[in-house]
Design a binder for this molecule. Structure first.
Ligand code: HEC
Ligand code: HEC
Length: 331
């Protein structure tokens, strides 16, 4: 019995140290373990070649090879809607079907929905166009254009079999624990050199495809610079970028087997978002209700008195606490 107590004591001491260490490093408040559920995706190839089947296939092509159909270098200038050579599928991985790879699976019935960024209700077409003008740094596709209708048909097709109101696991990019300190672009630069540079290039410009017949699109997309997403894009926000990187990069990892540590993911994402990229005008008009502005929006104005730097790199817990107290804190 005596021996048991001694062992028990040591065991608890080790646990205590481990827990203390983990709490010192990470802020567990927002930790949320992604649960695994069955994730079935309807098969596009099984659709007949009738007008509907062709429209859904066209929608998928627009997602996986956006640059080739509405990109800034296609011959038909009237169809140049995207301002960069990314594909929607560079971020909405596996044609929008990957869990925590920003899926566009199973969400058709969530629209129309309130958008804090717009301060009004938005349709699925509005949401697609929000990525068109920010992630693709381009202009809006008209709602009634065949290409917008094809994208929406594909998104709707991905929701077939999902009952309205059914809650699916795997939306967004996940939610790993936050750091108690600010994410650090200087540490991130080293992680970039070790884990990203070989694919995304020294200057973040990615690797273009250069087949003899076409030079459209990227083998590896750029992370910053003139052909990247602009500063108003969701990927330019630290929490989104860090989780996306943690659960999806280096290319090939998934949420069950991440390769970077949580800390590395925050720091390397901080490095990526610290780099220059196209600038969107009118960002100060986003989020008319400032209290609903996501905490990591890297541009003001803000309701809480904290400055752009802390909103961009964290730590976020003090901002949340101040917002919860509902009082202004000087930066
Ligand atoms: C540079 C990365 C990037 C590219 C390229 C991109 N998106 Fe997005 N998209 C995002 C991010 C980040 C979000 C926000 C996800 C969230 O709120 O969790 C998003 C959200 C969305 C949503 C809403 C998803 C949801 O969970 O509510 C849709 C639909 C969407 N994008 C469609 C598209 C389409 C169509 C294209 C191409 C025309 C595109 N996106 C290109 C990054 C990107
Ligand atoms: C093995 C090559 C490879 C490595 C290593 C790699 N990536 Fe990627 N990355 C890709 C590819 C390919 C895509 C596009 C995915 C697709 O289209 O399916 C991508 C997409 C991305 C995107 C979204 C698209 C965009 O252009 O913004 C981000 C952000 C990103 N990677 C960040 C990183 C970071 C940070 C690292 C290092 C931790 C990293 N990647 C390591 C190949 C790689």
């Amino acid at each position: 019995m005596q021996l048991f107590h001694v062992r028990y004591f040591f065991f608890c001491a080790i646990c205590f140290v481990a827990v203390a260490f983990a709490t010192a490093l990470f802020d567990p408040v927002d930790a949320q373990t992604p649960a695994s559920t069955i994730w079935t995706v309807p098969e596009v190839g099984a659709l007949p070649s009738d007008p509907y089947g062709l429209q859904v296939r066209r929608g998928r092509d627009l997602i996986t090879a956006t640059y080739a159909h509405i990109g800034p270098e296609i011959p038909d200038t009237a169809k140049r809607f995207a301002g960069n050579n990314l594909a929607c599928g560079n971020c909405h991985l596996q044609a929008g079907t990957k869990k925590f790879g920003l899926p566009i699976f199973g969400l058709f019935d969530l629209f129309p929905q309130y958008s804090a960024r717009r301060g009004a209700e938005i349709t699925i077409e509005d949401r697609v166009n929000s990525c068109m003008v920010r992630s693709l740094n381009g202009r809006q596709l008209p709602d009634d254009s065949p290409d917008m209708q094809a994208i929406v048909a594909y998104i709707k097709f991905l929701s077939s079999g999902v009952a309205p109101g059914q809650k699916l696991q795997g939306f967004g990019a996940g939610a790993m624990p936050e750091l108690k300190r600010a994410a650090d672009p200087v540490r991130g630069k080293l992680i970039y050199a070790n884990s990203c540079l070989a694919c995304h290039n020294t200057d973040g410009s990615g690797i273009r495809r250069s087949l003899p017949t076409t030079d459209l699109g990227y083998m590896v997309p750029p992370l910053w610079g003139p052909d990247s997403f602009n500063d108003g894009a969701g990927m330019a926000r630290l929490i989104t970028a860090a989780n996306f990187v943690h659960f999806n990069m280096p290319h090939g990892v998934d949420y069950l087997n991440p390769e970077l540590s949580v800390e590395q993911a925050w720091d390397v994402a901080a490095y990526v978002i610290s780099q220059p990229r196209p600038q969107k005008t009118g960002l100060d008009k986003d989020f008319p209700d400032l209290v609903k502005k996501p905490i990591d929006t890297p541009y003001g104005p803000y309701a809480d008195g904290f400055g752009e730097r802390q909103h961009k790199y964290g730590p976020f817990a003090p901002i949340r606490a101040a917002l919860a107290r509902g009082k202004r804190t000087e930066p």
